[in-house]
Design a protein. Structure first.
Length: 289
């Protein structure tokens, strides 16, 4: 059942199914709840399968770029090996092709036997892995009083900063101009706030925060510092400063983020700020053209 936007009843059913799967498999699914709770009308991003009025399968499409989408989902333990997720994935691929996307990225917890088995049967190539990290009680973690370098200030950004955010995406993540702009535009939503570090009015670094108020969680992503500005303490000061600001302004004490498994420098930074690894997420790619 393709859905354009999710009702409260459907969100509750998805949450219930996730709890069953996580408890049965001993895993933590990545379902991007903030996005599920604010799906745009007029665009199909979620696929649901019911059996006798019971939700038994779900697949969500998460598009951050115009060229690709991420997929995450699950099937009730009692309904596996019946082709349920195979059908969901095929329908998701069809929808993404119709939107002109070039590839799908499958999200799978490393310790999910069901997910890993599905991906092996599909013979999809492994792309990379990330550590999912969490700072579970920020109010109890004594962040260092790291200060921004002289002349650098930290402020909240917005739609007027689209060009600067896009440029930081381009130089920070090696994206094309089109992808960098698409990502910057996609992350300017009511639930997301960009923060910019600036020198003389020019952005030298940024990070985004996605708020999941129902879970009491702030998710940090899109962390980038211009190459020529790295190694000066800007990244650590930005992260510490944003955490402190959110703690004071919104009363949130839980923060999450993801970091590439190969990025030892960033991993060390996050650990020094109190973040701890809670799971490992593997990504697999399917080309659509």
């Amino acid at each position: 059942m393709p859905r354009q936007g999710l009702s409260r009843h459907e969100l509750d059913a998805i949450r219930g199914l996730a709890e069953i799967c996580e408890r049965h498999d001993g895993i933590k699914l990545k379902l991007n709840w903030s996005m599920l709770e604010s799906r745009p009308a007029g665009e199909t991003n979620d696929l649901l399968v019911y059996e006798r009025g019971r939700l038994v399968g779900f697949c969500g499409i998460y598009a951050f770029l115009s060229t690709e989408a991420e997929l995450s989902g699950m099937v009730h333990p009692d309904y596996r090996r019946r082709g349920v997720f195979t059908q969901l994935a095929a329908k998701a691929a069809q929808l993404c092709r119709e939107r002109g996307m070039q590839r799908l990225i499958y999200i799978c917890p490393r310790n999910s036997e069901a997910g890993q088995s599905f991906l092996q049967r599909q013979n999809l190539p492994y792309r990379d892995s990330e550590y999912a990290m969490e700072l579970s009680n920020a109010s109890a973690v004594p962040l260092s009083a790291a200060s921004l370098p002289s002349g650098v200030t930290l402020r909240q950004g917005g739609k007027d900063d689209l060009n600067q955010l896009a440029e930081l995406n381009r130089v920070g993540f090696g994206m094309s101009q089109e992808e960098a702009t698409s990502l910057a535009a996609a992350t300017l939503t009511p639930l997301e706030i960009p923060y910019l570090a600036e020198r003389d009015g020019q952005a030298v670094g940024k990070l985004n925060v996605l708020f999941n108020d129902s879970a009491g969680l702030a998710f940090v992503f899109g962390f980038a510092v211009k190459p020529e500005e790295r190694g000066r303490g800007i990244g650590r000061a930005m992260l510490s400063g944003v955490i402190e600001r959110i703690r004071k302004e919104r009363g949130l004490a839980r923060f999450g983020l993801e970091v590439a498994a190969t990025n030892e420098r960033a991993l060390g930074l996050y650990e020094s700020c109190g973040f701890r690894t809670v799971s490992v997420i593997d990504y697999y790619t399917q080309q659509l053209n």
